[in-house]
Design a protein around this ligand. Structure first.
Ligand code: SAM
Ligand code: SF4
Length: 333
């Protein structure tokens, strides 16, 4: 039995955007994301390429029109391009957009393949353009590869949006430069507040930087005009007069954006989390590996719509445990 009913949650929000993690592994160790000695999942727990594909098709059947592949670092998974190619064939046939979020270290190698498979936009995370700070922050010396990756993506025809986590006392003073650089190089940019997800080595609260304060500071230097652009995600955008670029603010702490949430997230082990900040989940891997995968997947997706909470409630406080024990690298961004 299959079901093609659109996904609508208990608060009448139509869910059309899937963030699908293809791996929890990563070649960087960004300090706000994970500890240096991160424990990754045994490979056998992770969905196979076929399972990820089947799952994605089931979501498209239920009205998901946008899929973002994420991780961990999606481009460290060896067979990820095969998945991109397979999903690329659904573009125009149920799927409107296929995209991914990457740290950019392997983008130079894969940009051409991504474009050929139908990807047109990618998000690249870049918190600093200072090589030494990049190495301190990500615990790896990879800035040059990332910048080469961004350049190659542009050459291949991909639009690159830069994602930057705003970190007090770390990249705070560099943010105006990053805004200028992104705008003059034709990249949209999004600033993100650090979220309390998963244990890390230090205290996130020490580096939490509320974006309303960042905006105030930017307005001393740039002319920012609110614009209505909706890219299907949680960012609120402004136009930067001096560069013509678009700048987004993702404010999960200072300004909750849940009322318009259209998203769900699936981890690389097939756990569907109904909310980034909540524990509500359904096990899609169990459904996929059952005797009646189609029927059980349909039931699991209905259950996900029933349990999706109205909103998250992140707080970032000294000494407090993370809002959720899982890291962003599990549920992806
Ligand atoms: N590895 C890829 C990357 O870095 O783009 C994809 C996965 S990463 C988890 C997705 C996004 O989440 C990145 O932009 C990263 O900076 C952001 N991120 C990770 N941990 C975060 C946290 N605790 N709070 C806010 N953003 C976080
Ligand atoms: Fe890896 Fe992305 Fe997390 Fe950085 S933010 S450690 S690149 S998953």
């Amino acid at each position: 039995m299959t079901c093609s009913e659109p996904l609508v949650d208990a608060f009448k929000r139509r869910i059309s955007y899937l963030r699908l993690s293809v791996t929890d592994r990563c070649d960087l160790r960004c300090s706000y994301c994970m500890p240096e000695r991160m424990t990754f999942l045994p490979k056998k727990e992770v969905l196979s390429l076929e399972e990820l594909h089947k799952l994605a098709l089931a979501f498209i059947e239920r009205g998901i029109t946008k899929i973002r592949l994420t991780g961990g670092e999606p481009l460290v998974r060896r067979d990820v391009i095969e998945l991109v190619q397979a999903l690329g064939r659904k573009l125009g046939d149920g799927l409107d957009e296929l995209t991914l979020t990457t740290n950019g270290t392997r983008l130079e190698e894969f940009a051409g393949d991504l474009f050929e498979a139908g990807v047109r936009r990618v998000n690249v995370s870049l918190d600093t353009m200072d090589g030494q700070l990049f190495e301190e922050l990500s615990r790896r010396d990879r800035l040059v590869q990332v910048l080469r990756g961004i350049a190659e993506a542009k050459r291949a025809g991909l639009q690159v949006k830069i994602n930057t986590v705003a970190l007090k006392g770390i990249n705070q003073s560099e943010i105006p430069f990053l805004v200028e650089w992104a705008g003059t190089h034709g990249h949209d940019m999004t600033l993100i507040e650090v979220m309390p997800l998963g244990e890390v080595d230090g205290e996130r609260v020490d580096h939490y930087l509320p974006l309303p304060a960042v905006r105030d500071e930017l307005e001393e230097r740039f002319t920012l005009t609110d614009i209505d652009d909706d890219t299907g995600g949680p960012a609120r955008y402004v136009r930067v007069g001096e560069t013509g670029g678009r700048l987004g603010f993702i404010t999960p702490l200072t300004n909750n954006f849940c009322a318009t949430c259209n998203r769900i997230r699936v981890t690389a082990t097939g756990q569907l989390y109904a909310c980034l900040g909540g524990a509500e989940k359904v096990d899609l891997r169990a459904a996929l590996r059952s005797d009646s995968p189609d029927a059980n997947l349909a039931v699991a997706l209905d259950e996900a719509m029933r349990i999706k909470p109205e909103k998250h409630d992140f707080r970032i406080e000294e000494g407090a445990a993370p809002a959720q024990p899982r890291h962003m690298s599990m549920t992806g961004g």
